[in-house]
Design a protein around this ligand. Structure first.
Ligand SMILES: [Zn+2]
Length: 114
């Protein structure tokens, strides 16, 4: 369950920043998570709640935005998004399409009570 490692990493990243802003409480954390990370949002929220217990981030809501895979087809020029690795163009069926993104894992924003 790699969500536990991610939850701990998030907390380590958020707490010093929140404290620097004089936060008494972190109320909400917005994350961008690539679809290829195979993170189960519910698990991550649950585990974050667990590791944040006793800190100022206790009870914070995790809002998770998906970072899709960008598909670019050199044959037909199609640009689209996918929620997994695709090997053939969803438009014309050509192989050898370009893929990018989908592996993001970053904190977009967080809300605090001062
Ligand atoms: Zn195509």
């Amino acid at each position: 369950m790699h969500e536990l490692g991610i939850a701990e990493e998030l907390l380590r990243a958020i707490l010093p920043q929140a404290e620097r802003h004089g936060a008494k409480k972190v109320t909400r954390v917005t994350l961008r998570v690539g679809v290829l990370r195979a993170v189960v949002g519910e698990n991550l929220s649950f585990l974050f709640g667990h590791v944040a217990r006793g800190t100022i981030a206790e009870g914070a809501v995790l809002a998770i935005e998906a970072d899709p895979v960008a598909v670019c087809c050199p044959a037909c020029g199609l640009r689209t998004e996918a929620d997994a690795i695709v090997l053939d163009c969803p438009g014309c069926g050509a192989g050898g399409i370009g893929l990018s993104g989908g592996d993001d894992l970053q904190i977009v924003d967080f809300d605090i009570d001062e």
